[in-house]
Ligand binder design. Structure first.
Ligand code: HEC
Ligand code: HEC
Length: 336
């Protein structure tokens, strides 16, 4: 009798817990035979400054794994020769689910993404042809390309494909939020209230589980006159897109400060003060934000407590994404 009641309770508990459903991935590797080798090659390239003209700057210079692949402490990105770019380096996470890239959507396919920083004069200031020629001179890379493509000939397309395979593999799905949604943890009262406030004011754009709907929106920021950045209009030339920027994910937001496309806010408190205080005189402001966001000081504390449940420390220190020092050292020795 007791056993069957316990069993009923367990099955009741399981039936009310719903695992959060994620959308399908958008980025797929067609040839699935060598995914591991391809992703490994992409990771080695991601951490190698050989992609920049003077071998000073790697992808990881601006997208550091310990800051959820963003550039903490730099409002605008710093590239080759200490050149300052005009935007804040975003986190690289769950990109396989993302349909469009860059703050203004300049890139629409992950396979093309790396070409932009490699050739940007303020970032790596290099040409893909020269990268390929530098790689072809290293037996280390010829071996890695052979492992990944069954062919040691290095090309630009293969180089870009490998980097895309690596960045598409970077996933963050094990935050406290995820544990709670999967029934393996519970929110504190503060986090629960924060989640309610988030669902009311924020989730129409920062939609779970990716915490963005990838649309372009004007969230009320006043333009930064020093940068003159129109956002989405730069791509579409449509005046309706003026000062709209891609809604960023809020996963790991604790580690990706400073915030916004130009890194103007240093803390989450500053971000919330902005959302609460912003003027709705801006005619391009998104509809959802036209009515005031009212948050008391307690509400702000609770909302931040909820945002911190999106921190994924397992992801931050995941060996699959870290610089593969020992593998590189032994492969270099092997190919000397
Ligand atoms: C000098 C700093 C810098 C370097 C080096 C750099 N990036 Fe970036 N990255 C940025 C900035 C800034 C942006 C946002 C640019 C924009 O929106 O116009 C960005 C955007 C991206 C995005 C788009 C993310 C999104 O959510 O839209 C991806 C993907 C990316 N970088 C990958 C890479 C890869 C791969 C490399 C190496 C080949 C690299 N980056 C090198 C600064 C850098
Ligand atoms: C109408 C859509 C919309 C709503 C609603 C919205 N946001 Fe945003 N949010 C954006 C956009 C767009 C950006 C990027 C703006 C930019 O950089 O120009 C952004 C940026 C942010 C950032 C900076 C992220 C980063 O990586 O730099 C944070 C944090 C943030 N929002 C939190 C919130 C919170 C908390 C709420 C609810 C109080 C909220 N947002 C409501 C659209 C929205």
């Amino acid at each position: 009798m007791l056993i069957s009641i316990t069993f009923m309770l367990i099955s009741y508990k399981q039936s009310v817990i719903k695992t959060e459903v994620w959308p399908d991935k958008i980025y797929h590797l067609n040839d699935t035979s060598k995914i591991e080798e391809l992703t490994f090659l992409g990771k080695v390239l991601f951490y190698d400054p050989v992609l920049s003209l003077d071998s000073s700057t790697s992808c990881s210079s601006c997208h550091s794994p310990y800051n959820a692949f963003s550039h903490t402490d730099h409002s605008l990105s710093h590239g080759i020769d200490n050149k300052i770019g005009f935007r804040n380096a975003p986190t690289l996470v769950n990109l396989a689910y993302q349909p469009i890239f860059m703050w203004d959507g300049a890139i629409n396919h992950l396979d093309m993404q790396s070409l932009a920083p490699i050739t940007n004069p303020d970032e790596m200031n290099e040409s893909i042809e020269h990268v390929v020629s530098k790689l072809n001179h290293q037996s280390f890379y010829r071996l890695l390309f052979k492992n990944a493509f069954n062919d040691s000939l290095i090309t630009g397309a293969k180089t870009l494909k490998a980097i895309a395979a690596f960045i598409a593999s970077i996933e963050s799905k094990s935050s406290k939020y995820d544990l709670v949604m999967n029934g393996n943890d519970v929110f504190t009262d503060q986090e629960k209230n924060g989640f309610t406030l988030f669902s009311k004011h924020c989730s129409s754009c920062h939609t779970p589980p990716l915490f963005t709907n990838y649309s372009f929106q004007n969230n009320g920021l006043l333009p930064n006159s020093a940068l003159n950045d129109g956002g989405r209009i730069r791509q579409t030339k449509n005046t309706n897109d003026s000062l709209k920027f891609k809604v960023p994910t809020l996963r790991n937001i604790e580690f990706t400060f400073p915030y916004m496309h130009d890194g103007r806010f240093k803390s989450l408190t500053e971000v919330l003060n902005f959302y609460v205080g912003h003027s709705n005189k801006n005619s391009m402001l998104a509809l959802e934000l036209k009515s005031a966001v009212n948050l008391s000081s307690n509400d702000k504390v609770d909302l931040i407590a909820f945002l911190l449940t999106l921190s994924d420390r397992k992801f931050l220190f995941d060996k699959r994404y870290a610089y593969p020092k020992s593998e590189i050292d032994s492969l270099r020795k092997l190919t000397q």
